[in-house]
Every structure is written in structure tokens, then in C-alpha cells.
Design a protein around this ligand. Structure first.
Ligand SMILES: Nc1ncnc2c1ncn2[C@@H]1O[C@H](COP(=O)(O)OP(=O)(O)OP(=O)(O)O)[C@@H](O)[C@H]1O
Length: 266
């Protein structure tokens, strides 16, 4: 499988504060990779450098495709209240002919189950529906890579589960490559093909974990499966290594070894 994203020795410093301390990883085409790390470790900075919103102090980001789209946590601020749902989804497609814009927006709204809401304004919709509009807008752009920054953190638990399943369905049906930043360990295991665990700031890669779960996931059976429970415990323990006094590399190596033992014996 080819790489859609290649990040090499990426580092970022704000003034003299080092937020990211040299990250190297790839995201393969069609893969869904989750990034977890302690609060303030530099996850949003990582997404901003990948999306080109800020220029990294050092290192390289290579995207093997022409477009990327970003979905943010705060859907209320990312949608235009004066445009209809359809208008919001069409907005990034302004350079395309009108008929093509319409077609792509209608298609993306259908993928997220919002065809009936196309003529409404965002403020007439629930929070979960608004976030679905933001996802439709990103998908209509047909991005080579979809970046998501805490995309479901502002909705209730039930809606969050629905949106997680929506994301899994659309990325499977449309073969989208996705990089999701999340605070939620369970969400990272439920969604991910792979999980990148970061240390506290400056963010370094503590572990790069394959998720040993079938592609078909279900909120009840997947979350109670032994592989799910074992991996979420691993990630939770790895996140404690963000303490500066610990030897992150040594800890991560030990955890990786014990994870591979768990997986091979299960
Ligand atoms: N524009 C900025 N100028 C100076 N420091 C910044 C700036 N943006 C972020 N930082 C600092 O860099 C560090 C990483 O911030 P970032 O927002 O990337 O972390 P995060 O992991 O996304 O945080 P959270 O988990 O709370 O969302 C934090 O200590 C933050 O205070």
C-alpha cells in the first residue's frame, strides 16, 4: 500500500517553546490513523503543520495527493450561518462549474444522510447534524487526506457514537484516508487502523500501534471484545509516559513488546 502522507522529523517551536519535538510517521492510502496524546502535547499544532496553516520549524510533510480537507471540533464556527446547508457544502468547490458543485454537494449530503436538510440553515440543525454538514463539506472536496481535530468532542455521547459509525462507513465506502486527533482513548481504538501515541509536550512518538480488530466494527460488540479492552489499557498506560522524568523510548519499547505478546497469544 502506498503512503498518502509522510511526516519526517517534524518539529515546531513557538518562540522558545518547543511544542513538537521531531515526529516521523506515515499514513498509508486508505488508512484511518488516530493520534492520541496528553492535553496540550501539540496535537493541534501537528495538524496545523500538516495542513499548511503553520510552517513547521523543521522537518518535512509530504502529501501524495493534491487536496486535503480539515474538520474541526467547533462546527458552529466552521459553518457559515447565512448559507444553506447545501451552500456550505458547495463553498470550497467555488472553482468548479455550478452543475458539478451541485452534484458533488448533493452526493456528499446523501453520504451523511442529510439530503432532506439541504435547504436549511446550519442553526436550524442539531449539533450532530451540523458536524455531519462539516464532514459532508470535507468529503465533497474529495480530499486525498481528511484531517480531523477532535471532530466529535462537542456532541453528546449518543451522537458521538453515531458520528463515529458514520465516519467508519464513509471512509470504507469512499476509500478515504483519514488522520484523526482525539483525546478519547476508546475512540482511538474504535476508529483506528493504527494509533499514534504522543508524549507530553514537546510531542514525541511514544508508540505506533496497529489495531488488531476486524474492519467491521460495532459499538457494542467491538467495545467489549478482548482485543479492544487490551489495547485501550495499553494506550492508557502509554499515555502516562508523558512525564518528563521517564525514559520514554525505553517505556515505549517495553510496551510494544508486551502488546505484541498479548496480540499473538490472543
Ligand atoms: N500560537 C501559539 N503560540 C504559543 N504557544 C502555542 C501556540 N499554539 C499552541 N501553543 C502551545 O503549544 C503547546 C501545544 O498546543 P496544541 O494546541 O498543539 O496542543 P493540543 O495537544 O492540541 O492541546 P489540547 O489537547 O488541549 O487540544 C501548548 O503548550 C500550547 O500552549
Amino acid at each position: 500500500m502506498s503512503n498518502m502522507l509522510e511526516v519526517a522529523d517534524l518539529g515546531h517551536t513557538y518562540g522558545d517553546y518547543e511544542a513538537i519535538g521531531g515526529l516521523t510517521f506515515d499514513v498509508r492510502a486508505g488508512e484511518l490513523v488516530c493520534v492520541v496524546g496528553p492535553s496540550g502535547c501539540g496535537k493541534s499544532t501537528l495538524l496545523r503543520t500538516i495542513s499548511g496553516l503553520i510552517k513547521p520549524t523543521r522537518g518535512d510533510v509530504r502529501l501524495n495527493g493534491s487536496h486535503l480537507a480539515v474538520v474541526f471540533q467547533d462546527y458552529q464556527r466552521s459553518l457559515f450561518p447565512w448559507l444553506t446547508v447545501q451552500g456550505n457544502v458547495e463553498f470550497p468547490l467555488r472553482s468548479l462549474p455550478r452543475a458539478e458543485r451541485r452534484k458533488r454537494a448533493a452526493e456528499a449530503l446523501e453520504w451523511v444522510g442529510l439530503t432532506a436538510a439541504a435547504r436549511k440553515r446550519p442553526w436550524q440543525l442539531s449539533g450532530g447534524m451540523q458536524q455531519r454538514v462539516a464532514i459532508a463539506r470535507a468529503l465533497a472536496f474529495r480530499p486525498a487526506l481528511l484531517l480531523m481535530d477532535e471532530p466529535f468532542a462537542s456532541v453528546d455521547a449518543q451522537t458521538r457514537f453515531e458520528l463515529e459509525d458514520l465516519l467508519l462507513r464513509v471512509r470504507r465506502e469512499h476509500d478515504t484516508t483519514v488522520l484523526v486527533v482525539t483525546h478519547d482513548i476508546d475512540e482511538s481504538v474504535y476508529l483506528g487502523d493504527r494509533i499514534l501515541v504522543l508524549s507530553s509536550s514537546p510531542a514525541r512518538l511514544v508508540a505506533n500501534l496497529e489495531v488488531p480488530l476486524p474492519a467491521e466494527r460495532d459499538q457494542v460488540t467491538t467495545r467489549t471484545a478482548d482485543g479492544f479492552v487490551a489495547l485501550r489499557s495499553k494506550v492508557a498506560r502509554l499515555l502516562n509516559v508523558g512525564k518528563p522524568s521517564m525514559d520514554v523510548e525505553k517505556w515505549a519499547a517495553a510496551e510494544r513488546e508486551s502488546l505484541s505478546e498479548t496480540v499473538s497469544s490472543s
